[in-house]
Design a protein around this ligand. Structure first.
Ligand code: SF4
Ligand code: SF4
Length: 489
């Protein structure tokens, strides 16, 4: 596949803009506000937020009413477009209590400009939800992101409370409450070393048992030093809990293969949607990590400190405090502009020469801590997996984009694949393990379509996980286009 031209303009010079002048003027920013700082009621083993408490040692970790007012006013003032996303995250944001969010709605209404509308979002572990919370969410059209890592045995591997006990039952209870009250929600699944080996089990669980049609898969990459100690942005190794690069590639490929045969148009997987946008050459993928540059997705601490990104809550990346300087001024300054441009300008040559750069863009700078085959630093730890994934989806993605661009439903790709695969799927029933695979790949059956779903799936399942269910077919087709831009980060 040849490299495609990037849809985004090249960055301006890194140094020509005088300090104090606007370096850029994004029409809108997406700020993840942490009203409880890093404080959470759970103790998930891999959580990169927990040690952020040390940044504010001795603090109360509660956003004051004055700061809440200041924040929403400043956020609205920054926006040059009518839709404003007010996004809450943590830690665990429900620890603030419902009254805090009732006030946030009132304040947004107080400063609302003509024709302005709000999208209120919250990322939560779901364990503290009750009917009152869900009624409030439904009344105010909140979009809720709820974190579930798969079926019980996989979810409970790392998502535990402070006593180390699994949280699956409480999270599922929260999910059912959201469903009962018809609250709009997404599921966010972090892919780690454990559940990363069970892509079908995770995907089918989320689709068939959790009953969600909107999923995000976020790779867990915990940076540690050579002794395995947490080292956040300065570690050059990945912890044992982190998903492996090839493992993550296999995870995405396996889920994609299931999705593209059964669920196009009825299940929305954020990574696939972003890929489709990049294949179609759209201006933005909808996911910062797969865009050429970034810088419009920031993080706000409970005390008003504004950081370049949620993954860079670190003194070096603090751009100011919104009590002293408006969000608009802070965001449009040289420091934040530069942060976003560095995503492109710091790419190693290996990425610049990569045939799938148009889709990957080196992913997130947070994960760029290994060296390229020729020794240049700054390669993404997940590179090998992304290369596999983006190469794997090339043909079906092109088909999907062709369908859409010719005015047809993307879901037709499922019928096309079924027709193509029917002859060899039948031949596969009688083929021996050492015969050439009927799909004409040139590989033996046992290494191709006669192999277990993915090499990693050969491992025995954890106790009680059960066997995968049959793929669903003929699910209803429902447009998901209205949700494309609702990236909870
Ligand atoms: S640093 Fe990574 S997560 Fe943050 S805005 Fe850039 S790409 Fe997105
Ligand atoms: S990280 Fe790997 S797959 Fe991504 S652009 Fe760089 S070389 Fe290509």
């Amino acid at each position: 596949m040849s490299e495609q031209a990037s849809p985004l303009p090249l960055p301006k010079s890194r140094t020509h803009l005088p300090e104090g002048e606007r370096a850029w003027s994004p029409e809108a920013v997406h700020i993840l506000a942490k009203p409880t700082g890093a404080i959470c009621n759970l103790g998930c083993s891999y959580c990169f937020f927990l040690d952020k408490e040390l940044l504010y040692e001795g603090d109360q970790f509660r956003m004051s009413d004055e700061m809440l007012d200041e924040y929403i006013k400043s956020l609205i003032d920054q926006h040059k477009v009518p839709q404003v996303n007010i996004a809450w995250q943590g830690g665990e944001p429900t620890l603030m209590g419902l009254d805090f969010y009732r006030k946030s709605i009132e304040i947004a209404q107080k400063y609302k400009k003509p024709a302005m509308s709000f999208l209120h979002t919250m990322q939560t572990n779901g364990t503290l939800l009750n009917d009152e919370w869900c009624e409030f969410f439904a009344e105010n059209n909140f979009l809720i992101g709820i974190s579930i890592d798969g079926p019980r045995e996989l979810h409970d591997a790392y998502r535990v409370n402070k006593r180390g006990e699994g949280t699956f039952d409480k999270v599922m209870r929260g999910l059912r409450l959201l469903q009962k009250h018809k609250v709009e929600y997404n599921v966010l699944t972090t892919v780690n070393h454990m559940n990363g080996s069970y892509p079908l089990e995770v995907y089918r669980f989320l689709r068939d048992e959790a009953g969600t049609d909107w999923m995000q898969f976020i790779p867990v990459v915990e940076r540690v030093d050579e002794h395995g100690n947490p080292a956040d942005l300065r570690g050059n190794h990945a912890s044992e809990r982190s998903v492996g690069a090839k493992q993550f590639g296999n995870f995405l490929i396996t889920v994609f293969d299931e999705w593209v045969r059964n669920d196009v148009g009825s299940v929305f997987v954020q990574t696939f949607e972003a890929s489709g946008r990049n294949w179609a050459g759209m201006e933005s993928s909808g996911m910062c990590v797969f865009n050429e540059t970034c810088g419009a997705g920031l993080a706000l601490e409970h005390n008003g400190d504004l950081y370049s990104c949620d993954h860079f809550v670190d003194p070096e990346f603090k751009i100011g405090n919104i009590a002293d300087t408006s969000i608009d001024e802070l965001v449009s300054g040289q420091q934040q502009y530069q942060f976003g441009q560095d995503k492109l300008t710091d790419l190693p040559q290996y990425c610049l020469d990569c045939d799938v750069r148009f889709a990957c863009h080196g992913e997130c700078p947070k994960n760029r801590f290994i060296t390229t085959p020729d020794g240049e630093p700054g390669l993404n730890y997940l590179c090998a997996g992304f290369k596999d994934f983006f190469h794997h989806i090339d043909r079906p993605m092109r088909t999907i984009i062709d369908l859409i661009q010719s005015g047809q439903e993307a879901s037709l790709v499922m019928d096309m694949l079924a027709r193509q695969e029917q002859p060899w799927a039948e031949a596969l029933q009688t083929a021996g393990r050492n015969d050439p695979c009927p799909c004409d790949s040139g590989r033996k059956v046992k290494h191709c379509h006669g192999a277990p779903a993915r090499p990693d799936a050969i491992k025995p399942l954890p106790d009680q996980l059960g066997t995968p269910r049959d793929p669903v077919t003929a699910r209803g087709i429902r447009a998901a286009a209205t949700r494309n831009d609702r990236d909870l980060g």
